[in-house]
Each structure stands twice: as C-alpha cells, then as structure tokens.
Design a protein around this ligand. Structure first.
Ligand SMILES: Nc1ncnc2c1ncn2[C@@H]1O[C@H](COP(=O)(O)OP(=O)(O)O)[C@@H](O)[C@H]1O
Ligand SMILES: N[C@@H](CCC(=O)OP(=O)(O)O)C(=O)O
Length: 292
C-alpha cells in the first residue's frame, strides 16, 4: 500500500473528520502570511480574533493550547519602511524586535476580550537542546495554563544568527510539540497542505491528504518558500513532521487564511495529516516498512 494518499477528485474536503478533541495538548503554528497582511504588513486583527475564539473553545473543553506565532519580521518591516526588500540580518533583528511587540499586543487584546491572559515565550535553539532549559520551559508553560494565560511562542529573533538558531518556526513548533508531549501539531499556512508539487508553481498539483511515513518520494514534493517572509516553505514543514511523528504527535498542515481555521479542520476542510505510528490503526510490517 502507498505510504500516502493523494486526493483524486476536486472535492475540497477530507474524507475523515480530524478528532482534535482527543488531544490533551495541542500546538498551533501560525505562519507569517496569516498574521500579517502580505501587502501592507499590517496585523490581520479580525482574523486573529477568530483563531483565538477557536483556541478558547478548545480550552473550554479542557484542552491546553500553545501558539507558535511567526510574523515579527513581517510586521516590524512595515515600521522601518523595508516592506519590499529582503532584509539584512541586522535589519531583520530590528524588524523582529519591533514586530514582536505589535504581535503580542494583538494576541493580548484578543485574549483579554475573552477573559484570558497571554504569556510571551521567546526561545533559542539552546533552550530546546539543553535538558535543564527544556524542563524550565515546560514548567513555565504549565504555570501559564494554570493562571489562565495562553502561551505564545516565537524564536528569539534578535539573537538568532546562522548556526545558533532554529531558523524557522515549523521546526520550532515541532520541537515545542515534542517538549510538551502534544497530541497534535497544527501548522496553519497559506496552502491547503502538502501538494505533489508547489501549487504556486503548478496549479495541477494535487493535495496529499495523509502521510504515514516520510519517504524520499514525499520529500521530493517539497520546495522552499517563494513568499517574502515565509521561511523554509514545505521543506521545513516536512522536517517538522518528522520531528513530530517521531515524538508520537500527529501533524496537520492546513490553510489558515479564512476565519475560524481550527473549526474548518474539525469540520473536515482540506488538509494534510501526518499520522505517527502510534496513532495508526492499521498494521505496519517492520520487515518491509509497509502499511496495510
Ligand atoms: N509541495 C508543496 N506543497 C505545498 N506548498 C509548497 C510545496 N512546495 C513548496 N511550497 C510552498 O510552501 C509555501 C508555504 O511555506 P511558507 O511560505 O514558509 O509558509 P508559512 O509562513 O506558513 O510557514 C507555500 O505557499 C508554497 O508556495
Ligand atoms: N521568527 C520569525 C518567523 C520565521 C518563520 O519561520 O516564518 P514562517 O515561515 O512564516 O513561519 C518571525 O517571527 O518573523
């Protein structure tokens, strides 16, 4: 049997409803193009409100939700008049420092309207590599849940340079999911999921709805990002999927640009689901590495 299923017809829905309610803990990763308008760099506050409503609904049913949010550079660039250019490292740090404040303010305002607080957690690669730091971060996240604050994580961009950074929030989110033993990592992006090729390059590319094993064939589908602020494209999302699946966490990639993006996934909207071995209900032949 194939290790992935390609959606063959034009119906924009998944055949299986995703049971997000089954997880105690979820990590939701928000891509730059969702939080910041791609043309103006302005925060998409109305959209953010609908995401937060979804998050609060999950919390109300007893789940813990951690948000990993990109967008600091995209939002900050607008404030330093560099929206149209690829930024040099120093300028990127400045943009991130400015943008991060704006983003957190938007999360805070939206959560406050619903009676919740927000906790900003900025992580570097050392925070994830070092066991003691990982334990400290886990503890902090747990405390935030207890006091009714939703953790919003980003990479500590002002200190991140090549070699000492995670580099993209797909991997960061996967490592956070691993750190907190999340049941689901939901990657909200500007595409419905993994396609057989970059759909922006080939409109005939087909959506892959389910991946049980990241084979070289799957890896060959992924390209990097043509977007101005997106980092890594599908390449880093597949690396993230590997990290998550190895940790027993299912990962979902879905387009998050419309209102209530988590509700859309739960209602069976289009997505790619990466299912780890421990959640797969069929049989797996270790000898042939095949699913049946
Ligand atoms: N096989 C593929 N399937 C879907 N998207 C792909 C693929 N290969 C490359 N991409 C690109 O990846 C982009 C999403 O990644 P990115 O721009 O980094 O978004 P985000 O900000 O959500 O992380 C898509 O817009 C698409 O152009
Ligand atoms: N830490 C960066 C995000 C980098 C990143 O991975 O962006 P994206 O590919 O849009 O998730 C920022 O906040 O601008």
């Amino acid at each position: 049997m194939n290790s992935f299923l390609v959606q063959q017809d034009s119906a924009p829905t998944n055949p299986t409803i995703v049971q997000l309610s089954s997880a105690t803990r979820l990590v939701v990763k928000v891509g730059s193009a969702l939080i910041a308008d791609t043309e103006t760099g302005e925060i998409r506050a109305a959209w953010l409100d609908t995401l937060i409503e979804d998050v609060i609904r999950f919390i109300a049913r007893g789940q813990q939700v951690i948000i990993v949010s990109s967008g600091a550079v995209a939002v900050g660039s607008r404030h330093i008049g560099e929206l149209d250019k690829r930024l040099r490292t120093g300028m990127k740090h400045a943009a991130a420092a400015i943008g991060q404040v704006q983003i957190m303010r938007a999360y805070e305002q939206s959560l406050k309207r619903r009676g919740f607080g927000v906790g900003e957690v900025l992580l570097s690669s050392e925070d994830l590599d070092d066991q003691q730091r990982r334990l400290n971060n886990r503890g902090t996240l747990q405390q935030l849940f207890q006091v009714g604050a939703v953790p919003v994580i980003n990479e500590n961009d002002t200190t991140a340079t090549t070699g000492i950074c995670v580099g993209d929030n797909d991997r960061l989110a996967a490592r956070v999911a691993q750190m907190v033993d999340a049941g689901f990592l939901i990657v909200l992006s500007d595409v419905d999921g993994l396609f057989t090729e970059d759909p922006h390059g080939n409109p005939l590319a087909r959506l892959v709805t389910e991946v049980r094993c990241i084979t070289p064939e799957i890896e060959a589908m992924a390209a990097s990002s043509p977007a101005r602020y997106g980092v890594g494209g599908m390449v880093t999302k597949l690396i993230a999927a590997k990290i998550a699946m190895d940790a027993g966490c299912a990962m979902i990639i879905a387009k998050g640009s419309k209102s209530y993006p988590l509700t859309a996934i739960e209602r069976g909207g289009p997505s790619t689901r990466f299912i780890p071995l421990n959640q797969y209900r069929g049989t797996y032949d270790v000898g042939t590495s095949q699913f049946a």
